[in-house]
Design a protein around this ligand. Structure first.
Ligand code: G3P
Ligand code: MG
Length: 411
């Protein structure tokens, strides 16, 4: 099978080259795009895989910043066999191009942003808010604001900006003011309840990544949700009005509240799972219930939660995977050899997000999503997972080997 030798050889050369990462329109890392055309002219690939992979990141490929032992081997095997894969993570906090550069360097693998779906990547398509004032919550310093601006959001405010401008808004982060002053910005408008028409108005709230200052972020989000029409410093007269739906809460033009990631727990460096964005949301829901009376009083926190296991994130990821696969084999599309993507192996460490999401996703293309659970992250070996995967394996390389075995794909 001569075809593979030159590709693998070229790949090895590629991995030594710095230019591993691409966000170029050709959708392939620079070192791969030349290979394929070489491949096309010289040798027609013996076959085009009808299957592909979607890899979770934390707990599968890395633990916080440390690459997991056999991650490089698993991905380089797929690349040298031209088996398509994407990354589908509930993580985020940096722009896709930055995360791809990080991951590519850590795993020593050429990657491109077209293969990458973070929890907040779908926010980039929310054009209806790009000319409005949005609040972005979570992540390190104001990195998520920078991401939102790169997505095209023109006016982005953070809870830190509000604290820096009005320290009394949250008395318990005063000691953090010097830290906040390093990256906060002046507000686009003052908080002035005496002049609601000129006071700071928030049109949407996006929780992009795991919040760092739960106290401040909870206070500010609560203030926005109890306000009149998202105007900070005001209080809606409809709050508590039992004649209204949701007892009048969030019934007065308050902005929508988006969460990008539902994970209560995730696998970081520590040997036990850590609280994630879902932990923050549960805490916020607790405060909201205490203030409004909560479900017992018929009040819910109205919100949109995205990320795995939710369907919109899988639809978004599947589109990315189909486009990426089409790009990988675009020379074979015209003669119909590309064919349909029949199966996607969703490899993850978290039964609540990766496995539930893979199991419950019904593809509009009829593609079968098969979930594979690894034991290098949240899931603990020997316990009963909350959602049953197609297969439980040791680590990501075991997952790849099991899946290609299922497909009868030999080296
Ligand atoms: O904050 C990230 C965490 O919730 C999980 O990330 O890559 O395992 O989906 P991941
Ligand atoms: Mg994970």
């Amino acid at each position: 099978m001569a075809a593979k030798t030159p590709f693998r050889h070229v790949f090895r050369i590629a991995s030594r080259h710095a230019s591993l990462v691409s966000s170029s329109p050709s959708l392939l890392p620079p070192c791969l795009s030349s290979v394929r055309s070489f491949k096309t002219e010289a040798t027609t690939p013996p076959r085009i895989p009808e299957f592909a992979f979607a890899f979770d990141i934390d707990g599968v490929l890395v633990r916080s910043s440390d690459p997991l032992p056999r991650a490089h081997q698993a991905l380089s095997y797929l690349q040298s066999n031209q088996i398509p894969f994407i990354f589908l993570t509930n993580g985020g906090g940096k722009h896709e191009s930055e995360r791809v550069a990080d991951l590519s360097a850590k795993l020593d693998i050429p990657l491109s942003t077209s293969m990458f779906v973070q929890s907040h990547t779908p926010f980039a398509d929310m054009n209806e808010y790009k000319d409005k004032t949005v609040m972005v919550v979570g992540g390190d310093e104001d990195r998520c604001r920078v991401v939102a601006e790169k997505y095209g959001f023109k006016t982005v405010v953070t809870p830190g900006d509000i604290l820096a401008a009005y320290p009394d808004v949250w008395p318990f982060s005063q000691q953090l003011l010097p830290y906040y002053k390093n990256f906060t910005r002046a507000l686009p408008a003052p908080i002035d309840p005496s002049s609601p028409s000129t006071s700071l108005k928030i049109d949407a709230v996006f929780v992009y990544n795991d919040p760092r200052d739960w106290g401040l972020d909870t206070q500010i989000i609560k203030d926005v949700l109890l306000s009149h029409a998202g105007i900070l410093g005001t209080l809606s007269s409809k709050n508590g009005d039992a004649s209204l739906p949701n007892k009048g809460y969030q019934q007065d033009g308050q902005p929508p509240l988006y969460f990008s990631n539902p994970d209560l727990l995730w696998a970081a460096k520590y040997h036990l799972p850590r609280l994630g964005q879902g932990g923050f949301r549960e805490a916020l829901e607790g405060v909201w219930a205490a203030i409004t009376g909560g479900p017992d009083a018929g009040v819910k926190l109205q919100k949109i939660v995205m990320g795995k296991p939710h369907r919109p994130t899988y639809e978004f990821a599947e589109k990315r995977l189909i486009t990426h696969r089409r790009e990988l084999f675009k020379h074979f599309e015209s003669d119909g050899r590309l064919g349909q993507l029949k199966r996607v192996y969703m490899v993850g460490d978290n039964p609540e997000s990766d496995i539930l999401g893979g199991n419950s996703y019904e593809s509009p293309h009829g593609t079968d999503w098969a979930s594979v659970l690894v034991q290098t992250g949240v899931y603990v070996e020997g316990t009963e997972p909350a959602h049953k995967p197609k297969q439980i394996v040791g680590d990501v390389l075991d997952a790849v080997e099991w899946a290609v075995g299922q497909e009868g794909w030999s080296k």
